[in-house]
Design a protein around this ligand. Structure first.
Ligand SMILES: [Zn+2]
Ligand SMILES: [Zn+2]
Length: 387
């Protein structure tokens, strides 16, 4: 059985020595293998994973590699387990941990920064200067599970306590996997952006972050909240999550539509989640003078940007890379209070053994898939669409 010096376990929550885990071989090659169950160190716990959502970034990592970095290089053929949007149950405690108890239900955020660099000290641990340094004599203790360390397409993972968020029994496993996505939108709008109630927001691109960006902006008291996109079914979900107005960019010019819907003026914020090549130029035309553009998606190629317009109009443009400053905790608080129903973006569920199918549904958006969730056990872990 699982027994390691200084690690606390509980006979009511037995932990095996080995577990099922998917590992990345060559690009797009995932294999289900057995691995040893990892061992938590100081300030870490072992999480039994109960559910994991698939993110567009997982598809990017599995196909191209970056932004994953394993031992200073590409993640291929390194026995690496991807997957980062997971939740589960605390199964063992590392030495000295009393912040969590075995049996606690938790969801995770991704980045445990090194804790010693300038950005970590500022709470911007997603921008840790020691990203990916967790090996050899350059071990700074950085972890980003599913990016630089083993992630959630497995039965167990080790997490720093600073990456855990308690969740209530009223929140389903599937919903809990969406907390970090809402937390990412929240970090962009509030922590980095400084959004306060009554300000106006446009969200461009109704993917998971965009749709939960709408929900968070509305829950924060923004008005109006305008969602632009090209697919009417996605825009309709945006409406249900709180968008005051939606604009189909195939049917009308989105810049003109935003100004018309906001009393002839630009808005205070644009949360750009489309990654379209012309998205930055459109976003800087949608904001008012002194407005802010948060970039949460990107095109693969470089694109020309109208810098003169940004300068002349005092526009702020900033990128976000995931969650930060514990925004995920505040997103969880909104979701626990049912301020919005994140499950509206959860469309499909598959068991762990069917991960390749789940990835295909997410990649090809089969059957209008938005968030595809993989469940580890139980009767719900069957090949069914969510309600
Ligand atoms: Zn993600
Ligand atoms: Zn750091």
């Amino acid at each position: 059985m699982y027994a390691h010096p200084g690690v606390k376990t509980d006979q009511d929550h037995p932990v095996p020595d080995r577990m099922k885990a998917w590992v990345l071989g060559d690009p797009d090659q995932l294999t289900l293998v057995e691995k040893p169950v990892p061992v938590p160190g100081r300030a870490e716990v072992l999480v039994r994973i109960d559910a994991v959502a698939i993110c567009a970034t997982d598809l990017e990592i599995i196909h191209h590699g970056p932004p994953s970095s394993i031992q200073g290089g590409l993640p291929f053929n390194k026995n690496f387990t991807p997957g980062h949007e997971y939740m589960g149950t605390v199964a063992a405690l590392g030495p000295g941990v009393d912040e969590y108890r075995i049996g606690d239900r938790v969801t995770v955020e991704i980045h445990a920064g090194c804790g010693q660099c300038k950005r970590c000290r500022e709470g911007m641990y997603t921008a840790c200067h020691n990203y990916g340094l967790n090996y050899g004599d350059r071990n700074k203790g950085h972890r980003a599970n599913g990016f630089t360390t083993d992630g959630g397409f497995a039965e167990y993972a080790v997490n720093n306590i600073n990456t855990l968020i308690h969740i209530p029994d009223t929140m389903s496993d599937e919903e809990a996997t969406l907390v970090v996505t809402a937390g990412t939108a929240m970090y962009g709008l509030t922590e980095l952006g400084g959004l306060v109630a009554g300000e106006s927001v446009v969200v461009t691109g109704p993917g998971p972050i965009g749709l939960l960006g709408v929900a968070v902006a509305k829950a924060m008291g923004a008005y109006p909240v305008i969602l632009t996109g090209t697919r009417d079914n996605r825009l309709a979900i945006g409406r249900e999550l709180g968008a005051d107005f939606v604009v189909n960019a195939r049917k009308e010019n989105p810049v003109e539509a935003v100004r018309r819907l906001n009393g002839g003026k630009g808005v205070d914020y644009v949360l750009e989640c489309s990654g379209a090549a012309n998205a930055v130029n459109e976003a800087i035309q949608m904001v008012n003078r002194g407005g802010k553009v948060c970039l949460a998606a990107f095109p693969r190629e470089q694109v020309p940007v109208d810098v003169a317009h940004i300068v002349r109009n005092n526009i702020y443009v900033y990128g976000i890379r995931g969650e930060g400053k514990s925004a995920t905790h505040r997103a969880e608080a909104f979701m626990t209070q049912k301020r919005f129903d994140a499950t509206k973006i959860h469309t499909h569920t598959f068991p762990l053994d069917d991960l390749p199918t789940a990835l295909r549904y997410a990649r090809e958006r089969i059957d209008d898939a938005i968030k595809v969730v993989v469940k580890m056990r139980g009767s719900e872990a069957s090949r069914v669409a969510a309600e």
